[in-house]
Ligand binder design. Structure first.
Ligand code: C2E
Ligand code: SIN
Ligand code: SIN
Ligand code: SIN
Ligand code: FE
Ligand code: FE
Length: 409
């Protein structure tokens, strides 16, 4: 059995592994542009596997980009294809073979795949030569597809891809496979951290963590729509917030079982120890290297702050747990954050966490009925909670109740 200190060390070690992984999106974008440069492709796309489908995730098109006003970016709709032999990308993902096609509008009758012209028609573009290569991991799993479109000669005339281009593009596909594999490992590490945190609290199984994450994402989406935040930003932040919310209490691994599992009210002294779970959790993601680390630290640190400035842990130095200089109040205690000093994700998870804690059973309490819980949330608007967040919460209450029924503990 690991003792408390060893558990924390283990989780810090895992946290460090997580922070070593750089932004996957940027990496794939770079791989795509380098591959295009090397084989002189006018356009290119990346598809990433999600179970039995391919998601169209990245796309570049020189000709279309040039037609846009300066500073404007191409906007692609995202779509997905089933992994089967009916499409070019699907065939490559399904069979693991490279396809080098001189003209996708002139496919021979004996191939199983067809080319769908709908994207071309929408964009007013003519795809002709196409080189499509699978991303294969070291274990031989296919995790995506790299597609080069319209090779050009020196004069810019569209030509077929040379057979010699195939191993070059395969090399970039290999880089992408490694990056994707690493990101999947990151995800696996995060899930391990979540389950370690849950192990500490057998009464609060995956269900609690999933519910708090579900409510938080729903509240964020509705809040962001009110603020006219773009769908793209919402989509990006949603996944990051989901993971971060799942880890809001990860710092509880450092709290002794005597306190954590006490079937009665905590003494003052015990509660002081309990409060450290906020910044101990945030420390795991200090020195953020990705959006995920930043969000996870923000949530762990701030989910017990209160809108009226009576929460905890306040403005503290993560490395020492002491007040940040200039924010000290009585007896060496840090001043709590208030209002919009509390970062957005902290304000959201605070509400999601309390709603869930009150409506579930805990080792120290029975669940409360829904009416009483909603009464408290209404009452606490502007006190414990950001009043706008409470408004948003009630505007999507039905969805929230749905999420609760989906993850009954
Ligand atoms: P938690 O169980 O996830 O609860 C999260 C928050 O929900 C609490 O933050 C509190 O704001 C609210 N909450 C939960 N249950 C109740 C309740 O019965 N009455 C009221 N008024 N509010 C409630 P808080 O208070 O900062 O506690 C943080 C964590 O400390 C809790 O997380 C729980 O793990 C632990 N804890 C708090 N009080 C007790 C206790 O009396 N006994 C034990 N064993 N643990 C406690
Ligand atoms: C990252 O750390 O950059 C990505 C984490 C993830 O896999 O979502
Ligand atoms: C492909 O099949 O590789 C591209 C998707 C399409 O059919 O347009
Ligand atoms: C809180 O807002 O502190 C939790 C609900 C309550 O005050 O009873
Ligand atoms: Fe907490
Ligand atoms: Fe919690």
């Amino acid at each position: 059995m690991l003792n408390e200190k060893e558990k924390l060390e283990e989780i810090i070690r895992l946290g460090n592994e997580v922070t070593e992984i750089k932004d996957l999106d940027l990496l794939l974008e770079k791989i795509l542009s380098k591959a295009r440069e090397i084989v002189r492709a006018d356009a290119g796309s990346i598809y990433v596997r999600d179970e039995d489908r391919l998601n169209f995730t990245h796309s570049q098109n020189e000709t279309l980009s040039k037609k846009l006003p300066p500073g404007k970016k191409l906007i692609y709709t995202t779509f997905s294809l089933p992994i089967n032999n009916n499409s070019i990308a699907g065939y490559v993902a399904n069979t693991g073979k490279i396809l080098n096609i001189p003209d996708v509008y002139e496919l021979s009758d004996d191939v199983p795949y067809g080319f769908s012209k709908s994207f071309d028609q929408l964009a007013n573009y003519r795809s002709k030569s196409m080189l499509t290569v699978p991303f294969k991991t070291s274990r031989g799993d296919i995790v995506g597809v790299l597609q080069m479109i319209n090779a050009q000669d020196e004069r810019g005339t569209i030509i077929p891809f040379a057979p010699g281009d195939e191993p070059l593009v395969a090399h970039f596909a290999n880089d992408a496979a490694i990056a994707l594999e690493r990101a999947q490992m990151t995800r696996a590490i995060i899930l391990r951290m979540i389950s370690m945190a849950e192990l500490r609290d057998p009464k609060e199984t995956g269900a609690h963590v999933n519910r708090v994450a579900g409510y938080s994402v729903e509240i964020y989406e509705n809040w962001a729509k009110r603020k006219m935040i773009s769908q793209r930003t919402i989509d990006d932040k949603r996944d990051v917030l989901r993971m971060a919310a799942m880890l809001h209490d990860v710092g509880k691994v450092a709290i002794s079982d005597l306190i954590l599992k006490k079937p009665a009210r905590l003494t003052d002294e015990e509660f002081q120890k309990m409060k450290t779970h906020t910044f101990l959790g945030a420390k795991l993601f200090a020195n953020p290297k990705s959006d995920f680390d930043e969000a996870a630290a923000e949530v762990a640190l701030n989910h017990h702050e209160r809108w009226d400035g009576k929460g905890y842990p306040g403005f503290i130095d993560l490395s020492t747990g002491d007040p940040l200089s200039g924010y000290e109040i009585e007896a060496g205690r840090p001043r709590p954050k208030k209002g919009e000093e509390i970062p957005l994700f902290g304000r959201i998870v605070a509400l999601a966490d309390v709603y869930d804690a009150l409506s579930s059973s805990r080792c120290y309490k029975e669940p409360w009925d829904e009416g009483k819980v909603l009464g408290i949330i209404t009452e606490e608007a502007g006190k414990h909670f950001d009043p706008e967040m409470v408004e948003v919460f009630f505007s999507c209450l039905e969805v929230i109740q749905n999420i609760r029924n989906r993850y009954l503990g």
